[in-house]
Design a protein around this ligand. Structure first.
Ligand code: PNS
Length: 165
């Protein structure tokens, strides 16, 4: 059975709380490989996210200037169920350092266990963004540090608003 209904498409899932320039760089580079990328923002009610799903989606859309080859969506529950629903079984993930490997390895095999049609493709994060991750950005901003250049302008603005609250 051909389960992959949309070839050339991939799902790029993540928390994106908030999206960083590392994520944006990966999405832009992935468009050299894939025709369409579905950026899937995970809605995990158990996680104490700084931004709501809608805020996270909106920041990604603004940062990408509404690129028509990128669809920004959200999902709740298992990634494999979302993949099945939209008929795309290729997952894209960014890998920064070796320290990411174990987490990604476990997630890949868990997804394959849950649905053997799932395939995960990894791209290395751009060297400039090697040390950039959402939790580090949030910690830095809360401590009063300047994260200019590490996140899209819209994220920089929204982070400043959150910190003031
Ligand atoms: O940006 P993150 O936090 O590293 O993304 C992790 C994410 C959201 C892709 C992952 O936690 C996920 O797929 N969550 C959905 C629940 C699920 O499918 N779990 C089983 C695989 S671990």
């Amino acid at each position: 059975m051909d389960i992959q209904k949309k070839r050339g498409f991939c799902i790029y899932p993540g928390s994106f709380d908030p999206v960083t320039n590392g994520h944006i760089n990966l999405i832009e580079r992935s468009l050299h490989i894939f025709d369409k990328v579905i950026v899937a923002v995970a809605n995990n009610p158990d996680k104490n996210s700084l931004f709501s799903v809608n805020e996270r989606k909106e920041m990604i859309e603004i940062a990408l200037e509404k690129n028509e080859r990128v669809i920004v969506d959200s999902f709740e529950g298992l990634l494999v169920d979302y993949a099945k629903k939209i008929g795309i079984h290729t997952v894209l993930r960014g890998m920064r350092a070796a320290s990411d490997f174990e987490y990604e390895f476990e997630m890949t095999f868990m997804n394959r266990k849950l649905d053997r049609n799932m395939e995960t493709i990894f791209m290395m994060t751009g060297l400039r963004w090697f040390f950039v991750h959402s939790s580090g950005i949030k910690a830095a901003v809360k401590a009063g540090a300047d994260v200019t250049g590490l996140v899209p302008d819209i994220v920089f603005k929204k982070l400043a608003e959150k910190v003031k609250m």
